[in-house]
Design a protein around this ligand. Structure first.
Ligand code: FMN
Length: 193
């Protein structure tokens, strides 16, 4: 059986104080939160260096689409109990400390325990376009290993939810993803010609 995975945004800070934002699949297990950042990753290095991270629950999917299309700077606020930042757009954030590190050459597991959390805005309900943007962001983050036909077919299917249910944030996010796919395709054609 698979682990249940939730897509969230992890904010960390480097030892020099520079904030870092990354979408990440998280597992609520073992009484805390398990993060599995691929190596190499700034998120991994920051958590190992500082011992802390912030889990952000967001429905503004521009953060997901933005981070995989080169838009990595998002408004943040200071965390309350740890040296760190949360996303300004977080509906809820959880401040985490590193309690166990299961190292691995490729995919280490970082077990994090909550030390503080706060709610900032209510959850409005499921929006299919938000789900489509998340799926599209996963596709875009894997463009280098997916067949172009698969990307095209899946993006066209996801487009239905965008056309029927998107608001302005999802439309903007979707535009970034479509542009990234087009850029990748153009780059590939350039290389083969
Ligand atoms: C929905 C979604 C889920 C992701 N989940 C993970 C994850 O669990 N682990 C990971 O290493 N990267 C994940 N990524 C990719 C990272 O966000 C991205 O590669 C990021 O840049 C991590 O590396 P960094 O910390 O160096 O920025 C995910 C991306 C998306 C769009």
């Amino acid at each position: 059986m698979n682990d249940q995975i939730f897509e969230a945004v992890v904010t960390t800070v480097a030892p020099d104080g520079k904030p870092h934002v990354a979408p990440m699949g998280i597992r609520y297990q073992e009484g805390g939160v398990l993060l599995m950042p691929f190596k190499p990753s700034t998120t991994h290095d920051n958590i190992v260096a500082t011992g802390h991270a912030v889990l952000n629950i967001v429905t503004d999917t521009r953060v997901f689409a933005g981070c995989v299309t080169g838009r990595k700077t998002w408004p943040t606020r200071a965390a309350e109990r740890i040296d760190g930042v949360r996303l300004a757009s977080a509906l809820r954030h959880v401040e985490l400390e590193l309690v166990e590190r299961r190292d691995d050459v490729q995919r280490p597991v970082l077990r994090m325990a909550p030390v503080h959390e706060a709610m900032h805005a209510p959850f409005a309900g499921f929006n299919r376009a938000q789900a489509a943007v998340i799926e599209g962001a996963v596709l875009v983050s894997r463009l280098h290993m997916l067949a172009p036909e698969k990307v095209e077919t899946e993006m066209n299917y996801l487009q239905i939810a965008i056309d029927k249910t998107a608001g302005p944030e999802e439309r903007e996010a979707w535009g970034w993803l479509r542009a990234a796919v087009a850029r990748h395709r153009a780059g590939g054609e350039e290389r083969t010609s």
